[in-house]
Design a protein around this ligand. Sequence first.
Ligand SMILES: [Zn+2]
Length: 318
Amino acid sequence: MDVLHRFSFIDLPIRGQWVRLENSLAEATQFRVYPKPIHEMLGQMLAAVAMVADNIKFSGAVTLQSRGDGDLLRSLAECKDQAFLRGIMHLEDPDNETMADQPLAQWLGNGQLALSLIPDKATAMQPYQGFVSLEYDTLAQCLEHYFVTSEQLETSLNFASNSGDSSATSPSVTGLLLQRLPNNTQATEIEIDAARDAWHTLTTLAATVTDEELSQLDAQTLLYRLFHEYPCRLHEPRELSYRCTCSREKTDTTLMMLGSDDLSELIEERSEITVDCEFCGNRYSYDRDSATKVLNDLAEQTAANEASDASNNPKTLH
Ligand SMILES: [Zn+2]
């Protein structure tokens, strides 16, 4: 089971998160073989959305996605309802197995990386999208900068991957985040100074963590090894797992987006239409009858939309 632990330093406005993904990373990569740096980046993106989602009280999805013209054309990592992860990377050349590590901006080429909050319809919240500046080499550094500039939260973030080279372990990614919260409005000058000094020391210590320590120690041991001079409370773990949110209904909608002309042409041409979910490999098949039903539903929807458009926008002025 993959877990995320929140922790907080006693009497200091400093919090943190530790997350390790192993099973969900294995499931997210079961249908595609990625070159090592891309596999690791997907792991880091999944860990990042899990951490962001954990801090937001809402039902819906947090996504981190990129689009560009470099070796990495598109990528998406999603955490739904703070618990369910899925993700995918689309490469310019999926067969290129010898990709070397390079700065994030180079992977994306002329591209963008965006962090989005997509609340469920039931949640009375507006969707939000922010762009992550790509001026730093690693995803961790770019996100640190994002949190400071967009959320005014000083942040320290580290990721480490275990490539699972030995037969005893499978690939995993571990993330460690520290965040400095605003001082309590009633904080005394002494407390404010103490918080500033502690932040400086804690982030200096966090920067000393080795990939081996971060990727192999459990949360409790790691926190003690790094920060033992600062008592901290480790909260109950939050469980994370891989789950795809695809469904027959959503696939219907995808088919409808082809438009009625293209869809009827497809039905004419083929006895069966299949749509594969690129995340989980699930195959949705439509025979002529079920495809025609989608086409009819589309026609009905279009008619209903036109009727409501007409009532919303009276074309005759009184
Ligand atoms: Zn799926």
